[in-house]
Design a protein around this ligand. Sequence first.
Ligand code: FES
Ligand code: FES
Length: 152
Amino acid sequence: MTLSINGAQKTVALAPHALLLDTLRSLGLTGTKRGCDMGTCGCCAVQVDGLPVLSCLLLTKEAAGKEISTIEGLGTPNNLAPLQRLFWEVGGSQCGFCTPGFLITADAFLRSNPDPTDQEIREAISGNLCRCTGYTKIIKAIRLSAKERAKE
Ligand code: FES
Ligand code: FES
């Protein structure tokens, strides 16, 4: 099967019921985290055709023919995406395990709602769990990102 991941074509051999999370991680895209493995924590979020999905609940074959975007496609350590930079600047990431899922979810959300209220941000990230930050700084980073994007 050929998949389009972060703009590149990847050919993978996989079992019929392989989950997208396992496929991505087997390709070395380990920024997509396995947390609960049951659709509860949001750590495994990726974008499929621009929409956030939980890769622990999606068969790989369901993503065939679509554009899959992972955290590795958002930015790099030497070239952070603006949203990543803001998470870093305001302390929206502590242990970091949840951070890729938040970034992927927030990036898709800000495309669909460029000028969100804090309540709308809270609702957008309600499927992502963080045990470190208390969420306040995550919400702040997303709010600041929306403001930055509005100036572009
Ligand atoms: S690992 Fe997919 S939602 Fe937790
Ligand atoms: S930063 Fe540790 S779980 Fe969110």
